[in-house]
Ligand binder design. Structure first.
Ligand SMILES: [Zn+2]
Length: 199
C-alpha cells in the first residue's frame, strides 16, 4: 500500500532530481515545506515560476542577470580591460565574495571535455575571442578549476589568446592554515612553481 500521498510524492520526486539530494533529504525537505505555513510554499512556487522569465544571460559576459548588460558589465567603476574567465555562475559568485577582483567576467558555461563531446563550440569560447579581438582588453585571467578539464580548458585558451593579450592564471597552492607536510605532492609542486618573490 502506498502510504505517501501523491502530491507529496511528486514534490519528493522533484527534490530528488536536484544535484546532491537523495531520497532521504528530498523527503525531509518536502515534509518540512508541508509543515510550514501555506504562504511560504506559495512564495517558493511563485519564485520558481518567475525564475526563467526574470533572468537571462548577459550578452557580453553570459552571467545570469535581470538586466542586459548585467550589473557588473554596466558598472563604470570596474576595470573593463581585465576579463576573468570562469566555468560557471557559481565561480563568479565565489570570486565576487572575495571583493578583491575589480575587473569584469566571461562565463564559459562549461569546460572542454572531449570524452563527453564538449568542444570549444559547446562553451562560450568564440564569444570570448571576439571580445578580446574587439580590443580594449589588457589581461585575461583564466580562473577555471584546477581539475583535468579545467586545466585543459585553460591550456586551450592560452593557445588561442597568447598572441592577442596578456594571459594570467589563478595561482594554485597550499590552502590557508594547512600544514605543508599534509599537502599532496601535486599541490606542493604547483606552489613551488607559482612561488612569489617577497620584497
Ligand atoms: Zn555581463
Amino acid at each position: 500500500m502506498e502510504v505517501v500521498p501523491a502530491a507529496l510524492a511528486r514534490l519528493i520526486h522533484d527534490f530528488e532530481r536536484l544535484p546532491g539530494i537523495g531520497k532521504k533529504t528530498a523527503t525531509r525537505l518536502a515534509l518540512h515545506i508541508l509543515r510550514r505555513p501555506e504562504a511560504e510554499a506559495q512564495g517558493m512556487a511563485s519564485d520558481l515560476a518567475e525564475l526563467h522569465a526574470a533572468i537571462r544571460l548577459c550578452d557580453t559576459c553570459f552571467a545570469f542577470s535581470e538586466s542586459n548588460p548585467c550589473l557588473i558589465c554596466s558598472d563604470s567603476g570596474r576595470d573593463g580591460q581585465v576579463i576573468c574567465v570562469v566555468e560557471g555562475p557559481g565561480d563568479l559568485m565565489a570570486i565576487e565574495k572575495t571583493g578583491v577582483f575589480r575587473g569584469v567576467y566571461h562565463i564559459l558555461h562549461g569546460v572542454l571535455s572531449p570524452m563527453d563531446g564538449i568542444g570549444p563550440a559547446e562553451i562560450k569560447v568564440d564569444a570570448l575571442l571576439a571580445r578580446v579581438k574587439k580590443g580594449g582588453v589588457r589581461e585575461v585571467l583564466l580562473a577555471t578549476s584546477s581539475t583535468v578539464p579545467g586545466e585543459a580548458t585553460a591550456a586551450y585558451l592560452v593557445e588561442c589568446l597568447k598572441t592577442l593579450v596578456t594571459v594570467s592564471r589563478l595561482a594554485c597552492g597550499i590552502p590557508l592554515g594547512m600544514d605543508i607536510k599534509y599537502a599532496d605532492e601535486h599541490t606542493l609542486a604547483r606552489s613551488i612553481e607559482a612561488r612569489m618573490i617577497r620584497k
